[in-house]
Design a protein around this ligand. Structure first.
Ligand code: PLP
Length: 495
């Protein structure tokens, strides 16, 4: 059955998957949502015998119904190849009673690679399917990881250009180095004086500027988005939840149909929403545990039903989760409002105006699948140290937020359900925070010295992504103010 995509903000004409991917954001500023969540049409047993690429096809074909089998398989095979340093693409590691789903084996060693290695192919295919002649300009705001993963995915891809805005003082040293050394004539990286929310809001503004869109079209350009608001990112993220489940099944760690819990370190709410979609496809998931850092706007939302971004923005050691406006939550709000675009639009207008909104009691009841909590900076560091000392497994700061919240959840509920923790970044990406959590003696060492120390400690080879930037040249040193973002885009495109 065909899946069409509606906007979360108005009940207009639904579009095909390829159109939703091309546009990124709906014209009314809403997000595209599938008109129904398709059920898995292969049994868990059948899926447990498949490779990652095969599972990807079985999941994605159900959402991207206007792609032919050949088109979709072609995209999948180009994405999940030797760029990943393991054949299984997303391995599971058992440590201290939980299963860590390592989503960082791609080119830029964070989970964003899982979707951003396929998005360029989905986008190019969508453009062809819709006879688009324009050059596609990818406009992206990043809290650190999306930027590099999108740059790596789109660099030198014909018919595309990519512009990335990141908070100048809000990313890790390794993250920044990864982005500013990006090669490719079609890439452009800009630091802004502001935080991630400023970058994201700025990008959304540029997107919805109708005058600019007209000028762009006249010059043969059109925008699309690589942010997790693009359905072309959300769908590939569903795959690894299904894959992790059937891996556990294949290894005899769980029985067929046995429910598991999933813990996700959350920022923009994209990754955990993918897990929610997986559950709605029929994957046996019990609780969706939403882990936040000190920017605990989601924890407060799940406990009170009020989303309130009016608070201090905290810079933490898990910068990819330093977010106060979780864009993808809108998709969940729309759904618990009974797929009511008008109701959702009113709440989003309130968020835009007063910075907060409150959901009804009925809507709150629909959130029973979720559990929210947060980890402080001290708890996050302690979790890294404890896990390392207990079993020699080193996790990054984001994953540690999730592990810490999982501990809290178990203490609070006594729930013994087997649990998958999304491990969203390699510890090598956040080496300084990770090493200082393990021992304060590392504080005096340089960034790459720490890389070598981590290698000794964790007994895991230094990933290519890190070796590459040790000596790479800085190719981007652009900085701008938030209100100059549109001008920067115009300059890059010569319009
Ligand atoms: C982006 C990111 C997250 C947050 O994921 P969302 O989909 O934005 O909730 C968590 N950890 C890491 C390492 C990330 O890069």
């Amino acid at each position: 059955m065909e899946v069409l995509y509606n906007s979360t903000r108005s009940a207009g004409a639904p579009v095909k998957a390829s159109v939703a991917i091309l546009k990124g954001l709906s014209d009314d500023g809403g997000l595209f949502v599938p008109d129904h969540i398709p059920a898995l049409d292969k049994s868990l047993e059948q899926l447990s015998k498949m490779t990652y690429q095969e599972v990807a096809y079985e999941v994605m074909k159900l959402f991207l119904t206007d792609f032919t089998e050949e088109e979709l398989k072609n995209c999948i095979n180009k994405a999940y190849d030797e760029k990943f340093d393991t054949d299984v693409i997303a391995p599971l590691v058992e440590a201290k009673g939980a299963y860590y789903l390592e989503l960082f084996h791609g080119a830029t060693i964070a989970f964003k690679d899982m979707a951003l290695s396929i998005l360029p192919h989905l986008l190019i295919t969508s453009a062809k399917k819709n006879q688009i002649q324009n050059e596609i300009v990818i406009l992206t705001a990043t809290s650190g990881d999306t930027g590099k993963a999108a740059l790596a995915g789109f660099a030198e891809v014909e018919g595309t250009r990519i512009i990335v805005f990141y908070p100048k003082n809000g990313v890790s040293p390794i993250q920044e180095k990864q982005m500013v050394t990006q090669k490719g004539d079609n890439t452009f990286v800009v630091g802004i004086h502001g935080n991630f929310d400023d970058a994201q809001t700025g990008v959304k503004k540029i997107f919805s500027d109708k005058e600019l869109a007209k000028e762009m079209a006249a010059k043969g350009f059109q925008f699309s988005s690589a942010n997790s608001i693009n359905i072309g990112r959300l769908v590939p993220q569903i795959v690894y939840y299904v894959y992790s489940y059937v891996q556990l099944l294949a290894e005899g760690k769980i029985g067929d149909g046995e429910a598991i819990n999933v813990v996700v370190p959350t920022g923009n709410f994209g990754n955990i929403l993918a897990a929610f979609y997986a559950k709605n496809m029929g994957l046996p998931i019990a609780k969706l545990i939403c882990a936040s850092n000190d920017n605990k706007v989601l924890y407060d939302f799940f406990s009170t039903g009020t989303y309130d971004r009016n608070r201090e923005f905290m810079l933490t050691t898990s910068p990819s989760m330093d977010i106060l406006i979780s864009s993808n939550l809108e998709r969940l709000i729309y759904r618990i409002a009974g797929n009511d675009a008008e109701k959702n639009a009113a709440l989003m207008a309130a968020l835009n105006g007063t910075g907060k909104y409150e959901i009804t009691e009925d809507m709150k009841k629909e959130l029973q699948d979720f559990y929210g909590n947060y980890a402080s900076e001290a708890e996050t560091a302690e979790t890294i140290k404890d896990l390392y000392e207990d079993c020699g497994y080193v996790i990054d700061t984001h994953t540690a937020v999730a592990a810490s919240v999982y501990d809290k959840y178990v203490k609070e509920t006594g729930d013994k359900t087997k649990t998958v923790i999304a491990s969203t970044a390699s510890p090598y990406k956040f080496t300084r925070s990770v090493m200082e959590a393990i021992d304060s003696k590392y504080a005096s060492m340089g960034d790459f010295e720490l890389v070598d120390e981590l290698c000794k400690l964790a007994n895991v080879a230094v990933p290519n992504a890190i070796e590459e930037i040790r000596s790479a040249q800085v190719r981007h040193n652009n900085i701008c103010e938030v209100d100059e973002m549109q001008q920067v885009v115009r300059n890059f495109l010569n319009i």
